[in-house]
Design a protein around this ligand. Structure first.
Ligand code: AMO
Length: 461
């Protein structure tokens, strides 16, 4: 374009500034998306939105015929830059509006495929097809501001507590969690996998001598199920720490991090969250109760939910225990600990090896499905948001446990080798970021808490 005439965009101020520190009578330049347009003969009212807020532009034919014509023909979500005088106005939102003298259309928008203002009118699948438009809604955008703040708070907590941030491979040669939920990729001429978690590599970080490590990164799970709490790609907040006395030390860390995440989100966005998310959890979090799974199963049995000693908790059990704990302890969070061997991966420390005077490798021989392990889950409002525990650090027991899970120790040779050269007692946990956000805001579907979610059907966009 010859010389780019028109409004100087470099003079742009955030819309919120007009209300917080703008001087009435002064001229300002604002830019953003067209949120609404109303034509009243010789006056056009345009609501302009940027990421900081919304303001009404008043475009009068008798002030600038050119600007008025452009405003009259504006389509919703077009991108506009405007210059005008800030004036008081009782009728306008926020009590102020901009009397426009110049207006430029930077990008014109086609008719919209979804209703941005009322997302509930559109099914989630279609909203996700048009995710970039869906996210222009301030409520939907807020989910990711909260997520960013939580990730920031977690990172800060770890750094302040002496953890080193690491970045582990996501293309790996063996499944890290066992089970079938693993994506195979072709790595040149051989099969490889997408990492289900950084599990084996964060342990490497400890054994390599960093002692305390953390990672915030992607995890991949080939979950074939369509549930409201599973993604095939999610963000995992992982940590691992050496020289622990027991898995209680690990729970202390999880409790510290998760509380810091929740408190940071409430501190920064509590008021706006309240406005947009009526089901959000916005109260301070107290000490988190830690309950043995055997006791949990007794509590559930009283309510008619019977689970055998070797069983994992299912979705219904988690929901029920969330309700019981909220009622009895006033806590939205609860640790359930000592899961049975049947429900935990091969690298878990069985309680038979963690008692005083335990004999290696006898302590890990013939583990029963219901043998308790030094492990825990953290539930938030009745949904698992974190898993962790102490790890088996004896190489003979590791081989034994890998075999007992029906896996081939050959595939884990490099991993088992790490334990032959001085591996301290250690443990750690993984926290699902989207699940924490989902439970804090009271979202119905985890897909809402993922910028561009992946599930069995969803690969585009
Ligand atoms: P686990 O497999 O339980 O444990 O995962 C840890 C946490 O990650 C989240 N999560 C998921 N979130 C969304 N979609 C999924 N498909 C999904 N799967 C898991 C949950 C869960 O609590 N290596 C261990 C952790 C450890 O022991 O350190 C692990 O990955 O919030």
């Amino acid at each position: 374009m010859a010389g780019m005439p028109g409004v100087d965009i470099s003079k742009r101020v955030p819309i919120r500034d007009l209300f917080e520190r703008g001087e009435v009578g002064r001229e300002y330049v604002v830019a953003g998306w067209v949120d609404a347009v109303r034509v009243h003969g010789g006056i056009v009212f345009v609501v302009l939105r940027d990421r900081s807020g919304r303001v009404q532009l008043v475009v009068k034919k008798n002030v600038s015929r050119e600007a008025w014509q452009k405003a009259r023909d504006l389509s919703l979500e077009s991108v506009v830059v405007a210059k005008g005088r800030l004036v008081e106005s009782k009728a306008a939102l926020g009590g102020r509006e901009l009397q426009v003298t110049e207006l430029e259309v930077l990008a014109e928008a086609d008719p919209l495929p979804i209703d941005i203002h009322e997302p509930e009118k559109t099914v989630l699948a279609k909203r996700l097809d048009w995710r970039f438009l869906d996210l222009r809604n301030p409520r939907n955008q807020l989910i990711f501001l909260v997520e960013a703040e939580m990730a920031r708070a977690a990172r800060q907590w770890f750094i302040e507590h002496g953890f080193v941030e690491i970045f582990t491979p996501k293309i790996v040669g063996s499944a890290t969690e066992g089970g079938a939920e693993v994506f195979t990729v072709i790595y040149f001429d051989k099969p490889a996998y997408l990492a289900q978690s950084p599990q084996l590599y964060k342990q490497m970080g400890v054994i390599a001598g960093f002692e305390k490590v953390f990672e915030i990164g992607p995890a991949f799970r080939a979950e074939p199920h369509h549930t409201t709490r599973h993604l095939t790609e999610y963000t995992s907040i992982d940590f691992e720490m050496g020289f622990i006395k027991s898995y209680e030390d690990v729970m202390d860390v999880v409790e510290g991090v998760v509380k810091a995440m929740i408190e940071a989100a409430i501190r920064k966005y509590g008021d706006v969250i309240r406005e947009y998310f009526p089901d959000a959890w916005l109260e301070p979090v107290k000490e988190v109760p830690r309950i043995d799974i055997a006791e949990v199963k007794q509590l559930l049995a009283k309510k008619g939910k019977i689970l055998s000693p070797e069983e994992d908790l299912d979705t219904e059990a988690e929901r029920m225990i969330g309700e019981i704990v909220l009622e009895e302890y006033g806590s939205p969070l609860v640790f359930v600990k000592r899961y049975p061997w049947n429900a935990r991966p091969f690298y878990t420390m069985p309680c038979t090896c963690a008692v005083e005077g335990a004999q290696y490798p006898e302590c890990c021989r013939d583990l029963r499905p219901d043998t308790p392990t030094c492990s825990f889950d953290l539930l938030f409002r009745g949904l698992e948001i974190a898993t962790g525990g102490q790890r088996q650090h004896n190489p003979q027991c590791l081989v034994e446990q890998i075999k007992q899970k029906g896996l081939n120790p050959e595939n884990f040779k490099w991993y088992i080798d790490m334990f032959r050269f001085g591996a301290p007692p250690h443990g750690g946990a993984g926290i699902g970021l989207e699940r924490v956000v989902m439970q804090l805001l009271g979202l119905k579907n985890i897909r809402e808490a993922r910028l561009v979610p992946r599930d069995p059907e969803r690969l585009i966009p």
